[in-house]
Design a protein around this ligand. Sequence first.
Ligand code: NAP
Length: 478
Amino acid sequence: MTFIAPIKFAIDLLAVLLLALGIKGLSKVRSAREANRLAGIAMMLAAFGVLLNSQGTIGISINSWIWIICGTLIGGLLGALTAKRVPMTAMPEIVALFNGCGGMSSLLVALGVALFPSSDGSDGFVGELIRNFSIVVSLFVGAITFSGSIVAMAKLQGWLSTPSWTQSKARHFFNIFCAVLALIGGIYLSIDGQNGLFLIVIASSLLGIGVTLPIGGADMPVVISLLNSYSGVAAAAAGFVVGSQLLIVAGAMVGAAGLILTQVMCDGMNRSLVSVLFGGALGSSSVASGGGGEYTNITSCSPEECALSLEAAERVVIVPGYGLAVAQAQHTLREVTRVLENAEIEVTYAIHPVAGRMPGHMNVLLAEADVPYEQLKEMDVINPEFPATDVVLVLGANDVVNPQAKTDQSSPLYGMPVLDVQEARTVFVVKRGMSAGYSGIKNDLFDLPNTSMVFGDAKKVLGDLLLELKDLGVGSKG
Ligand code: NAP
């Protein structure tokens, strides 16, 4: 059945191409849905490609075919059901769970090959060593990814809190101890392909728990994207174990993409990866070393005054933040912006890359409320437009609009790219009180003469604003 070889080659090549296109398309909101579909098709083709072996024959038994097809169907069904049922707000937990599944798959593949070796020794000493080393990497990274992802999911879900011992130096000793045990297991396994197998699996799993457990909720998205990268590395190593070029390429792409996203998020939060991983669960106060001080010039106003300014505006920019998500005020916001648009007031939304608590948090939130993509503007695009803006409405955002990030070298935010909302004519900040944002520091924006605070829960304030705008007849044609 030699004709199968070129078919398998074509299937593998097509799967790699579709996956690469899928990953590229995910970088834009507009193409993300289609890209996700392409990547899904790529995975289906990849699973089909496994049914044909590399020698160009349907070399595996019908029994194995049945196992692979059943596994693919059951896994696909569970994935589809989960994706359908999960609310948008639980996306980080689901991504963590899926990463964990990726890590576990690589772990099981390596475990299977190590426990039931099919090699007849013809690979020679070097070949055996490379294979054993790949098994070690796959077990090590796969186990860390699996246990770390499950801990991350449980923490995000609120099932697991941060034990106090993980905030002390003891956790470093625990992690180093686990890493050394995993290394010993790895050395044994590399040499003879059998011994040390369970030592490495158990020690690496404990290491994954020990590294992830101390990390605070706000830093979790960085950890999740790092674990996503690890799941790619584990898959690539599993690709070496079973001799699948497709798995090597796909794993390497996922690994690299996850690493780039991790770096982008660390830059956006002005944190280093080392401080996220080894700093533990930073509370607000522990982050802030500078940037403190008292507020001296706070002006507050009512939704009515805010509505009057909006009525007179030609150009309005909305800045959504974490508080908007907490208040679940996206739908009320959409009603307010519809009224403004009906009055021919130009409305756009300024999206900071790390606004909220996960990458793309604001995009997801606003998409849920049917805000058109075209109205979302990224920071670099919107920043030069603030001087020509009449009103900025900051909704439950804090750090991402703090001018200290540009002006105060002692501030923990210094260097973090922020939205220059203070350049606009008038700024209204909607929040419940004067408490700080994630960084735990004072926000100099609130003291500026063109800023007014509208105190209250974002949903309640937006509801009141909507009533005021309607009372003023804004957007009611005729
Ligand atoms: P933020 O700095 O955390 O501030 C959120 C503000 O929302 C708070 O000041 C809070 O003030 C207000 N708020 C909370 N609940 C509210 C409600 N129901 N109604 C109205 N206001 C409410 O948020 P951000 O400006 O979005 O900045 C995000 C921060 O999170 C950045 O420091 C970023 O680095 C960090 N972070 C982001 C990610 C990510 O991936 N996106 C990951 C981890 C950390 P009151 O309590 O006074 O109302």
